[in-house]
Design a protein around this ligand. Structure first.
Ligand SMILES: Cc1cc2nc3c(=O)[nH]c(=O)nc-3n(C[C@H](O)[C@H](O)[C@H](O)COP(=O)(O)OP(=O)(O)OC[C@H]3O[C@@H](n4cnc5c(N)ncnc54)[C@H](O)[C@@H]3O)c2cc1C
Ligand SMILES: NC(=O)c1ccc[n+]([C@@H]2O[C@H](COP(=O)([O-])OP(=O)(O)OC[C@H]3O[C@@H](n4cnc5c(N)ncnc54)[C@H](OP(=O)(O)O)[C@@H]3O)[C@@H](O)[C@H]2O)c1
Length: 494
């Protein structure tokens, strides 16, 4: 992503302000030292009423990578106006009360799924202060981490690294700010083209609305929990995997109780939760209900995600509905032990993996839940005698580890619909598919939301001024591949 307006009016290049070519000369290096000694980045607070250069919606790894890249660019003199001393006017709006990275899934022992080298900085600039290795160094663990002989830190440690990076940007992040809409502001250029957008955010606690104006808006809001239609969306004992660590200890508050828990899904979240419940509640009975017949191992082969995208169906096996091989092996061993100890009738096992099964019904009486599950591929289904194949599971808790949807940015930008091209208007850009393996063109009011190679939303010619725009990160998988969605390549895109 290269929001040009951030460069407009600034010296473009390290030599223009007298700094050495490598951008790591005396002055920036001293700035970097100062930045690290006072725990502040080079991005400075902008008065709320000013027109910003960039407002980023969401402050997860994608936006954090942008923040780090901007800091590094200022540090190297590329984004620093030597005459005025000014830096880009940037703001990050985050709905959570503080920085947290999928905190509801921070389970003991959970490892990262990518090498730490794909951190917030290393692949773009290994000399950045914001590398994972520098984090280890600053926290006195570099040697000890090296002795672990791994590229995969724990998720807990990696979240701490991300929080450490985020702490440098406190001046330019507003937490408790949930963005509800992005609309055209009244600013326009000489040709009448929209040159700024109004971003409206809500304080989730008080409901208070605040507006900001910005030439550029980056939507990096990640995915939103997706729960199957067969389940109620607001039952206190039906939760999504993203709430797991927050809610399960409250709902199941006696570790020795023989709780019955159903986990739905066949991805990494489902497998980790299925495993973790058994550890946390040794007397529990658990069922892993999944549409696929088997847990599929993730593909970590050393091809780039782009190369795999052309080889595999949507590169899904690099990312979705797949599980780390070690965890599959651990779960298989558990199933084997049950077979050895209890015999082959799986209904007698405390822990079952119910492959090729779908949830077709749900009802509840108080805290008692009944799930009806149906085999997907039985011969009986083929002759229509499905009811006899159904099984009713009585459980205390249902955990839907059923992934995330990535469409809510469309609702957020509804008010810019009139600036989008008509469906028939070709503009050379690529349709944005939102999320999902089934490619479908994202639309607002029947107008296609098309995204350029550089992630900018394509507006009708002349509607939006050069140097202004809306940018999408993490919701263009169908067109831009899977990498921008996860962190493995987030950084190199900025
Ligand atoms: C449990 C889990 C573990 C993962 N582990 C890995 C891994 O090891 N390696 C890997 O490559 N990928 C992993 N991923 C994939 C994950 O998508 C990326 O790691 C990464 O989080 C994507 O960053 P993001 O900033 O695009 O989205 P997110 O991390 O989802 O961040 C989006 C941010 O936007 C905020 N937000 C949302 N809506 C609004 C709004 N309306 N207003 C303001 N703020 C808003 C959210 O609160 C959040 O902080 C994992 C995903 C999960 C769920
Ligand atoms: N330790 C870690 O680093 C860690 C931990 C957890 C997650 N993650 C990452 O986070 C991302 C999301 O993982 P995830 O496991 O939460 O989601 P996911 O990979 O998208 O998997 C979702 C699962 O839910 C199933 N599902 C979806 N809708 C369903 C429905 N209506 N009924 C039944 N099943 C349904 C899917 O099955 P179908 O295939 O049948 O649709 C799939 O098995 C991935 O990138 C993953 O690698 C990482």
């Amino acid at each position: 992503m290269a929001p040009h307006s951030l460069l407009d009016g600034h010296d473009d290049g390290p030599t223009s302000n007298g700094l050495p070519e490598n951008g790591l000369g005396v002055q920036p290096a001293r700035q970097a030292f100062n930045a690290f000694s006072n725990n502040k980045s080079h991005l400075k607070k902008t008065p709320a009423e000013d027109v910003h250069d960039l407002v980023c919606v969401g402050f997860g790894p994608a936006s954090l990578a942008v923040a780090v890249a901007l800091h590094d660019s200022i540090n190297s003199g590329k984004l620093h106006n030597a005459n005025t001393g000014s830096t880009p006017k940037v703001l990050f709006l985050e709905k959570q009360p503080k920085f947290a990275w999928h905190a509801g899934m921070l389970l003991p022992g959970a490892k990262m799924q990518i090498s730490f080298i794909k951190d917030m900085a290393s692949l773009r600039d290994p000399t950045s202060q914001f590398t994972f290795l520098n984090y280890l160094h600053k926290n006195g663990r570099l040697v000890e981490f090296t002795n672990l002989n791994t590229f995969l830190p724990s998720r807990v440690e990696y979240e701490d690294y991300l929080r450490w990076c985020a702490s440098f940007f406190e001046d330019v992040v507003r937490y408790n700010s949930e963005v509800v809409s992005v609309s055209p502001a009244k600013e326009s250029d000489a040709n009448g083209s929209v040159s700024a957008f109004t971003v409206t955010s809500k304080d989730p606690k008080t409901g208070e609305l605040t507006t900001y104006r910005s030439k550029n808006v980056l939507l990096a809001i990640g995915g939103q929990p997706s729960i199957p239609k067969s389940l109620p969306s607001n039952h206190p004992r039906v939760i999504h995997s993203s709430q797991y660590a927050h809610l399960v200890p409250q709902i199941l508050n006696n570790q020795s109780s023989p709780y019955r828990v159903a986990v739905i899904g066949a991805g990494q979240s489902a497998a980790e939760i299925f495993n973790n419940i058994q550890v946390l509640y040794p007397n529990s009975r658990t069922s892993l209900i999944m549409r696929s017949e088997f847990l599929k191992p993730s593909d970590d082969s050393p091809l780039s995600a782009e190369e795999r995208y052309s080889l595999l169906e949507g590169a899904r096996s690099t990312n979705y509905g797949v599980v780390r091989l070690e965890l599959i092996e651990r779960l298989y061993e558990k199933m084997y032990d049950q077979r050895r100890e209890l015999g082959s009738d799986e209904t007698k096992w405390p822990h079952r993996i119910m492959g090729g099964t779908d949830v077709v019904g749900f009802d509840s009486k108080g805290d008692q839940l009944r799930l009806t599950v149906r085999p997907l591929t039985s011969a009986r289904t083929a002759v229509g005698d499905v009811m006899q194949e159904d099984e009713v599971l009585e459980v205390d808790l249902v955990i839907a580890a059923t992934g995330y949807q990535r469409q809510s940015h469309l609702r957020m930008i509804e008010d810019v619909a009139h600036l989008l091209p008509e469906a028939s208007e070709p503009n050379g850009a690529i349709p944005s598919s939102g999320f999902g393996r089934k490619f479908s063109e994202a639309k607002i009011n029947d107008r296609p939301v098309r995204v350029s190679r550089n992630y900018s939303v394509q507006f009708s010619p002349g509607k939006v001024a050069p140097g202004s725009g809306i940018w999408l990160q993490g919701c263009c998988e169908g067109t831009h591949g899977v990498s921008p969605f996860n962190r493995r390549r987030i950084f190199s895109h900025h």
